[in-house]
Design a protein around this ligand. Structure first.
Ligand code: ADP
Length: 269
């Protein structure tokens, strides 16, 4: 057992302490170690995947910036042409700033470095602020945003994070809903929890993608998400915020009809 255990390193977590030991104390200890190695293996693999995905995401805007700058520098141009290039570069830089901000949030969340400032918060106020924030962009697109919900619900929550969670869901709802569609926020009490729903009449999510939309960098349609400025990290941050508050998030959707994201949070006594 000792010899085998010494061979297991961070670079090779595929080995196990499989010596066919009987179901005694040492045998159980070996199996417990095996389960631990399997969890570490899984965590390391996810970390590697995350680094690879993050690098890829950062390379895309950098390649675009480099391309624009090179073309602009090939010969003398009119001032307006330079301005066009600077505008395009500015857009790509904005995208990178958002992406790096999201990466930082997730890295800090993983390290347990985001202190939740949980204070008494009314759900109605946060929901109203979130809806007011997205309404101008939605109206410009011809998507109406409604706020239902019943009486106010007292929560113990980090107001900034709760607002970010609702904004992520609302931004997506508006982004993935064509002109003429509707987005609606409402809530209802379920025992000692409140279920907050953000529903849209948008493009929906195909069933085989539903389970994965909360994964980091996962997008159903990469090109579409990217052209809308998305990083594929919004929903993973939303899930973290819900879970950090002792809540949960899930989604139901029908392609072509729309999606409903439901966040369940404990109600403050
Ligand atoms: P993104 O920045 O790409 O929007 P998210 O993590 O917020 O990243 O969402 C992940 C993916 O889930 C999106 O790329 C999109 O394919 C899908 N999605 C999220 N919200 C909706 C919605 N309301 N309607 C349809 N698809 C959605």
């Amino acid at each position: 057992l000792t010899r085998l255990a010494k061979r297991i390193t961070a670079e090779d977590l595929s080995q196990r302490l499989d010596l066919g030991l009987p179901e005694d104390e040492v045998g159980r200890l070996a199996r417990t170690f095996n389960e631990m190695i399997a969890r570490l293996d899984d965590a390391f693999q996810r970390q590697r995947q995350f680094t690879a995905d993050a690098s890829h995401e950062l390379r895309t805007p950098l390649t675009a910036i480099k391309g624009q700058a090179e073309v602009a520098l090939q010969r003398e141009r009119e001032p307006e042409a330079y301005r066009d290039v600077l505008r395009a570069i500015n857009g790509e830089v904005d995208r990178m700033i958002r992406l790096v901000g999201s990466l930082l949030t997730l890295a800090r969340a993983d390290a347990g470095q985001i202190p939740l400032v949980r204070e008494p918060v009314g759900l109605a106020g946060v929901a109203t602020a979130a809806v007011d924030h997205v309404r101008p962009a939605a109206e410009q697109k011809g998507v109406s945003v409604g706020l239902g919900g019943g009486p106010d619900v007292p929560l113990r929550a980090d107001e900034d994070l709760l607002l970010q969670l609702l904004l992520n869901l609302l931004d997506n709802a508006v982004k993935y809903t064509p002109t003429g569609g509707n987005v609606a926020v409402d809530w209802s009490i379920e025992g000692n929890r409140v279920a907050v729903r953000v529903a849209d009449t948008g493009i929906g999510i195909p069933p085989d993608h539903l389970a994965r939309v909360f994964d980091r960098f996962y997008r159903v349609d990469k090109a579409r998400s990217r052209s809308e400025g998305g990083s594929g990290l919004g929903l993973s941050i939303s899930r973290w915020i819900a879970e950090a508050h002792g809540g949960s998030i899930n989604v139901e959707s029908e392609p072509g009809k729309g999606s409903t994201f439901t966040v369940r949070l404990p109600v403050s006594a």
